[in-house]
Design a protein around this ligand. Structure first.
Ligand code: GCW
Length: 685
């Protein structure tokens, strides 16, 4: 197919909802061409087998192949692709009654024999993953040597959290930290009537292995709280849309709901009336939605209510809820993002980075089995660079989920092209005690804040789709190379494009996380963003605020002393060897230097540069790299669809403007503080 024909094919697959033409992301019609022209058999029962069958039917209808549906285990002859549920020795494997099982076996086996492919799964959820595996491979699924591969997710929980408010006029916007338009779920102050885009979104998520979503903001305001009560049947409608894609729905709930919704005088977790209120709430929810996933709770954090008000621990709070949902196999995702957001900047002894560990490490072993403690990847707040949170190693007897941020709150707000796969890969591969992933894989998993909204490109920036894609792929298999994952995304999103397109996209995105880091906040010190919306530079924006995110720059130096020897002692929260690696100036990695140490500007990094010269050099080079991104894009913009080209060009122009602003403010700020000139003699204001 020529590029023009391909482009036409892709365009014709776009759906139109409420007068918006929606970009197909990585699942354009072209994706199904390889399967669609073959003879396919789908065998087995289960709700998600029907989803696979419908997918196959649509693919062969567009591309001229054929398909048959058979009973599980029926003798199959003469097919190019067989998608089947394995016959289990101990009873039926398919999930009954259209209910997605809590933690079913999602694995599948991929076998290729002389160009014929069999995908065999233990459950219908596994079969759906196997189907999307074939779709992702395209022709390559059928080409190549004989194979027999087992594919299984690294962890049972692969969740996306939406920080969506029902209320469109909320002061934080409809989607808190959302950069992709309005909510996919809510419009005009209620759950949307037309959930077509939710269905398309669910398909995209299923194709990369996501199996749970939470559909409302962890900051639960009065309007959103009512999802649990008055709007429950609307939540059930959303769950019904996700169900055929093997995705369970969760709600964020307010710890104070027994008071605010139930009229009780207290939400003390040890009060039997409170526990009873939650038992009844759970019965209502699971009565309406039998495969409901559970609740997400942000308690005692940034003004949200919690057990501290009653002198109770977070284990008391989480377990009370866990017992209410346990009869249904429900989960409580209890966030460890607990810190004092009203600290006094003058008080140098309080260190926000310590807070999650100080609160949660002593509680290890006290949480019920269906509590999942959800831990942000770093000790602060989704910065471009943070050390991996020591909490992930401190809870060996607790189910833990690692929380990432797909939405680019602190990484350019989807105006900047920043591919986060390399950041997540680094976190997932980091060896903390027994290794982050092995700790999580036992019983926990992964959660991330979604970047999707009702924007026609789903994510504001067409390239931000790659982050959504990579989150699913890397949490399914953390050993994947993030650049190879990007390559998959490019191949599916720009199918049939000339090779220059892929080359340019790699040139723009492969090192874009590092580039963003270069022109923004240096050496792991974090923040320096405009308060409130968090976009653009403001070096001292948070310096004298109660939020606990300081850099302590003065005329002599910069950084936060978190050592045991002379600082806040945070390094002591790490297991060996990290407690010593980070403690010592000799061994602390350059990129985290200012997170752990306060040093003079003349301090020489392992790179051989002084801190001040590093700040100058990275900021100038960061902007040069963005200029190169713009040039690379200009070379291929004419080869992609016009609306994609236009959106990306517009975003890159803003990225360049913003990167220059960052460079000029940061270099000028540190020149003025330190008085040390740039050895390169470049323009500083
Ligand atoms: O990063 C901060 C955000 C808040 C968010 C909070 C959290 C939903 O600025 O907007 O609140 O984290 O993770 O709870």
């Amino acid at each position: 197919m020529t590029t023009t024909e391909e482009t036409h094919a892709v365009t014709s697959q776009r759906s139109t909802t409420e007068h918006v033409t929606v970009h197909p992301a990585w699942l354009p019609g072209a994706a199904s061409a390889a399967v669609g022209r073959r003879r396919v058999v789908v065998a087995g029962d289960g709700a998600l087998v029907s989803t696979v069958a419908a997918e196959v039917a649509a693919a062969v209808a567009s591309h001229g192949g054929s398909w048959t549906r058979l009973e599980a285990g029926a003798g199959v002859a003469d097919a190019d692709l067989v998608l089947t549920i394995a016959e289990a020795d101990d009873g039926p494997a398919a999930t009954p009654d259209a209910v997605v099982q809590a933690e079913c076996d999602e694995s599948f086996r991929f076998m290729r024999d002389a160009g014929s492919v069999v995908v065999e799964a233990a459950s219908d959820a596994g079969l759906l993953h196997g189907w999307f595996h074939v779709l992702r491979l395209g022709e390559a699924a059928f080409d190549g040597p004989d194979a027999d591969e087992k594919h299984a997710p690294a962890a049972a929980l692969r969740v996306l959290d939406h920080w969506d408010n029902v209320d469109e006029h909320h002061t934080m916007g409809q989607v808190e930290r959302g950069y992709s338009g309005g909510s996919l779920f809510y419009a005009h102050g209620r759950v949307r009537e037309d959930l077509t885009r939710v269905d398309e979104y669910a398909r995209l998520l299923a194709s990369v292995g996501i199996n749970s979503v939470a559909i409302n903001n962890v900051n639960v305001h009065a309007r959103e709280a009512r999802l649990l009560t008055d709007d429950l049947m609307d939540v059930a409608r959303i769950a019904a849309v996700f169900r055929p894609w093997g995705i369970r729905v969760h709600l964020s709930v307010s710890f104070a709901a027994p008071v605010t919704l139930g009229g009780l005088a207290t939400s003390d977790p040890l009060d039997p009336q409170v526990a009873h209120w939650w038992v009844r709430a759970a019965a209502r929810v699971w009565g309406a939605i039998p495969d409901f996933g559970g609740f997400v709770v942000k308690a005692d954090s940034e003004g949200q209510p919690g057990p501290f008000a009653y002198g109770r621990t977070h284990a008391d709070g989480a377990n009370m809820l866990a017992r209410a949902v346990a009869p249904y196999g429900g989960l409580i995702h209890w966030r460890a993002f607990v810190y004092n957001h009203r600290q006094d900047w003058r008080d140098r002894s309080t260190d926000r980075a310590r807070a999650a560990y100080d609160h949660f490490a002593p509680l290890d072993g006290q949480f019920d089995d269906n509590v999942v403690v959800q831990v942000k990847y770093g000790p602060l707040d989704f910065q471009v660079r943070e050390p991996v949170s020591p909490v992930l190693a401190a809870l060996p007897r607790t189910r833990v989920a690692l929380e990432l941020q797909v939405t680019q709150e602190y990484t350019g707000q989807q105006k900047h092209a920043v591919y986060l796969g390399p950041q997540w890969s680094e976190i997932l591969r980091f060896s903390l005690g027994d290794g982050v992933v092995s700790n999580l894989a036992t019983a926990g998993g992964f959660a991330a804040v979604s970047n999707a909204g009702d924007d026609p490109f789903w994510a504001g920036h067409p390239f931000a789709q790659a982050n959504l894609y990579a989150y699913g792929r890397l949490t399914w298999d953390p050993s994947l190379d993030p650049i190879a994952v990007l390559d998959e995304w490019i191949a599916q999103t720009f199918p049939g494009s000339p090779v220059e397109v892929g080359e340019a996209l790699h040139a723009i995105l492969d090192r874009s996380w590092e580039t963003y880091e270069m022109y923004t906040t240096p050496l792991g010190v974090g923040f320096m963003v405009r308060p409130g919306h968090h976009y653009g530079p403001d070096v001292d924006g948070y310096e004298y605020t109660p939020w606990g995110t300081y850099h302590f720059a003065d005329r002599d130096g910069i950084g936060v002393d978190r050592t045991r020897a002379t600082g806040t002692g945070y390094t002591g929260q790490y297991p060996a060897p990290w407690c010593d690696v980070y403690e010592s100036l000799e061994t602390c990695p350059d990129e985290l230097l200012l997170f752990f140490h306060h040093v003079p500007y003349s301090h020489v990094l392992h790179s051989g540069k002084t801190v001040i010269q590093h700040i100058y050099d990275t900021h100038f080079e960061g902007v040069e790299r963005v200029e190169a991104m713009v040039t690379a894009w200009e070379g291929i913009a004419g080869l992609v669809e016009a609306d994609v080209a236009e959106r990306v060009s517009e975003r890159l122009a803003e990225q360049l403007r913003s990167a220059e602003e960052w460079r000029d403010q940061v270099t000028t700020y540190f020149f003025r503080k330190s008085g040390v000139p740039d050895a390169g003699g470049r323009r500083i204001y």
